[in-house]
Write a protein that binds this ligand. Structure first.
Ligand SMILES: Cc1ncc(COP(=O)(O)O)c(C=O)c1O
Length: 416
């Protein structure tokens, strides 16, 4: 049967750059070359250059990147890791998988990002790492976070899964902390289906991360992944391969081929989201009860989502859900609610994983994982008010229509 190769020609498709060509290159490559991972190496070096870091290590997700990052920092039993109260649960999960304790810092009510003062308040002698998450596409306030971290000798991981090409005082997201993590999951700025990248300037961290992400092979180095060992060497029964505890978190060549092609168009992809966000900002012009995420002077928001704070219940007695229903009835796409405050998630309340710990320690661990209501009051207040509008419209006419529908729904509410 004759093979059919479909080209990707969708006008608004996300993968209509060099993705298909590169994937075909991979499929067309003899096994020996695939083993050398040329696309993974190209993607890594292009990504490192994009962020301005010395090393980039490709992973299979933006969760595994966080896991290897924490492990590289030596986070382990009895340690504490600070992350924002409102973020994805993965920040807590990787901490728990390292047998460490998640500690939550509150948010700034305007930027919806970490409050550096609360980070400092939450530091104890056990704090081993801080994960600063750049929520919705906007950088966290990194200068004071780094200052407090340096003062206490604590390394900082930037979780930049939602922030690609976002900038903070002329520095690009991912270039400020000790290690930074990115995700290429389907809905992210750059998508490869699943995937992630760690960047760092530290050779030591990069080597540890690479080895942990690839089953602990001793030949892996900070700056490169698979390198063929001479057959004479490894065809020897005395040859020892593994010097590090590791898992298989590596990116495959097909994913890297797509990632490289995505990265070639990163500016276009990010600008499109920023353009969509501008449309939503215009729609909110003059509205004092839906307050968009505040972008301080000197920041560029990469707008993974267009986040805003809903205050229509305070102003008009119209609940979040009621406003959502009205927008949908007017033909709008709707919007997402804010992620649960991490310590209010079912898993963090029920602690079904406690049996990971020896029985004699469970009570102590349980008390450390008990989070009282009120420990992060801003996040708790903000969470039910959050609105997240999608920005990944590739057809701008559709985005304009959605922004108009939002404006119309606001005007109808204002008119009573
Ligand atoms: C801030 C943040 N961190 C980490 C992740 C995890 O990334 P992934 O889904 O690629 O594992 C995500 C994505 O959902 C995210 O938004």
């Amino acid at each position: 049967m004759e093979a059919k190769t479909k080209s990707i020609k969708r006008t608004f498709g996300k993968h209509n750059g060099n993705e298909l060509e590169y994937v075909l290159d991979v499929l067309d490559t003899e096994g020996a070359n695939v083993k050398l991972s040329p696309f993974t190496e190209r993607f890594e070096s292009a990504f490192a250059e994009c962020i301005g870091s010395r090393y980039a290590i490709a992973h299979n997700s933006g969760t595994s990147t966080l896991h290897t990052s924490l492990a590289a920092l030596g986070v382990g039993f009895g340690d504490e890791v600070i992350s924002p109260a409102q973020t994805v649960i993965m920040n807590s999960f990787v901490t728990l998988f390292q047998n460490a304790i998640p500690v939550y810092a509150d948010l700034d009510p305007d930027t919806f990002n970490l409050d550096p003062k609360d980070v400092e308040r939450k530091i104890t002698k056990n704090t081993k790492a801080i994960i600063a998450v750049h929520m919705h596409g906007l950088c966290a306030d990194m200068d004071p976070i780094m200052k407090v971290a340096r003062k206490h000798g604590i390394p900082v991981i930037e979780d930049s899964a939602q922030c690609v090409l976002g900038t903070y005082k002329e520095r690009i997201a991912g270039s400020i902390g000790d290690i930074a993590s990115f995700s290429f999951e389907t809905k992210k700025h750059l998508s490869t289906g699943e995937g992630g990248m760690v960047v760092t300037n530290s050779e030591e961290y990069a080597t540890r991360i690479r080895r942990m992400a690839f089953n602990g092979y001793k030949t892996l180095q900070a700056g490169h992944g698979l390198r063929q060992v001479l057959p004479d060497e490894f065809q020897d029964p005395d040859y020892k391969r593994h010097d590090t505890l590791g898992l298989n978190y590596r990116m495959n060549e097909i994913t890297a081929a797509i990632g490289l092609a995505q990265l070639e168009r990163v500016r276009t992809v990010v600008s499109r989201r920023q353009e969509v966000a501008r449309l939503f900002l215009e729609a909110l012009d003059g509205c004092d009860w839906i307050i968009p995420q505040y972008v301080p002077e000197g920041y560029e928001n990469s707008y993974w989502t267009f986040a805003a704070r809903y205050q229509g219940d305070e102003k008009y007695g119209i609940s979040w859900k009621d406003f959502y229903r009205r927008l949908k009835e007017n033909g709008g796409d709707g919007f997402y609610g804010g992620l649960s405050v991490a310590y209010e998630e079912i898993v963090m309340v029920d602690l079904p994983f406690l049996n990971r710990y020896p029985e004699s320690m469970r009570d102590e661990i349980k008390s450390k994982l008990h989070y009282e209501k009120g420990i992060c009051p801003i996040a708790e207040k903000l969470q039910p008010q959050m609105m997240q509008f999608k920005t990944n419209y590739r057809n701008l006419d559709e985005a304009k229509k959605q922004a108009q529908l939002l404006k119309k729904t606001i005007q109808l509410v204002d008119k009573g």
